[in-house]
Write a protein that binds this ligand. Structure first.
Ligand code: SF4
Length: 292
């Protein structure tokens, strides 16, 4: 009997059975989370320029005082007035808002506009808010003519109609009083989910109508913040909102907003800022790139 060509049944096979050994698995590398740029900036500022925010607030208060919050208008009026101020002087926004009141009277009780020291206009006369339903139903061309004194009427009419439409679709009417019950950032998110409403407009409304701890960054606040070095050079005005929220205590936000706007309007002008009378000079990187 020949076993040629087949394995002997008596001898164990000489070759080792194939093993299924694989190289031991290395523990998976944990992905490092990218550091939060806002937290990183605040830490760095604390380390390299201690007490900067505190000194800025104190310096501003030394010449602009401590403004106290008062409700300015009902929230829907505040929102539409803020849309009317976009890229226009506050005085022109006031004219356009007064025209809305006249063209679409609501017959509601009159409101008193308390513009406060950061406002650049005269303040609205006492009057009832416009009938927002009538504004929303208004033909586009008609609304454009009504708000023309405010500037950029086509763009703003489009924004106002879309905003009123979205609020009514979501809520059934145009009231925004329900936002008072929400936490500040949730309320801001609700508003910024409306196309065309950014963090600045949402923060203005929530801060001035409800006294919520938010910080609105307009061009004046943004200019002073960049010049002093409170926010990174490359931070946009939109980003600056979050830097300020991380740097300020909730009860400092209203005063910081109002006083930074005032400062930008009356001393730290876009052209020819008045460094000599500015209480922030010693800490301002625009004047001295090595300021502490
Ligand atoms: S020192 Fe000059 S640039 Fe700096 S905040 Fe004051 S006015 Fe503005």
């Amino acid at each position: 009997m020949s076993f040629r060509g087949s394995a002997s049944p008596l001898k164990p096979p000489t070759s080792k059975p194939a093993t299924s050994k694989r190289p031991a698995k290395r523990p998976a590398k944990r992905k490092r989370r990218a550091p939060d740029p806002v937290k990183a900036w605040v830490k760095r500022l604390d380390r390299t320029r201690p007490n900067l925010m505190r000194d800025v607030l104190e310096g501003l208060a030394s010449i602009h005082g401590h403004p106290q919050w008062e409700r300015r208008l009902d929230p829907t009026s505040e929102l539409i007035l803020t849309i009317l101020t976009q890229n226009s002087a506050d005085t022109n926004a006031e004219k356009a808002f007064e025209a809305l009141r006249l063209a679409y009277p609501s017959g509601l009780p009159p409101e008193r506009h308390i513009p406060g020291p950061g406002w650049g206009g005269e303040g609205l006369s006492d009057g009832a808010p416009p009938d927002w339903e009538a504004v929303e139903r208004a033909p586009f061309e008609e609304l454009v003519e009504v708000i023309r004194p405010g500037g950029l009427p086509n763009q703003k009419a489009r924004g106002i109609l879309a905003t009123l439409h979205t609020i009514r679709e979501r809520r059934g009417d145009h009231s925004l009083e329900f936002l008072a019950e929400m936490p500040a950032l949730e309320a801001r998110d609700w508003l910024t989910s409306i196309p065309g409403i950014g963090k600045k407009t949402a923060s203005v409304l929530l801060m001035f109508s409800f006294g919520m701890p938010l910080m609105a960054v307009d061009r004046h606040v943004d200019r002073v913040a960049h010049r002093v070095g409170l926010v990174p050079k490359k931070a946009s005005a939109d980003d600056a909102h979050d830097y300020f929220l991380a740097m300020l205590q909730p009860d400092e936000m209203y005063e910081a907003h109002v006083n930074l706007i005032r400062h930008g309007r009356v001393i730290c002008h876009a052209r020819n800022p008045e460094h000599d009378i500015c209480p922030l000079r010693a800490r301002c990187r625009f004047v001295d790139p090595k300021a502490p």
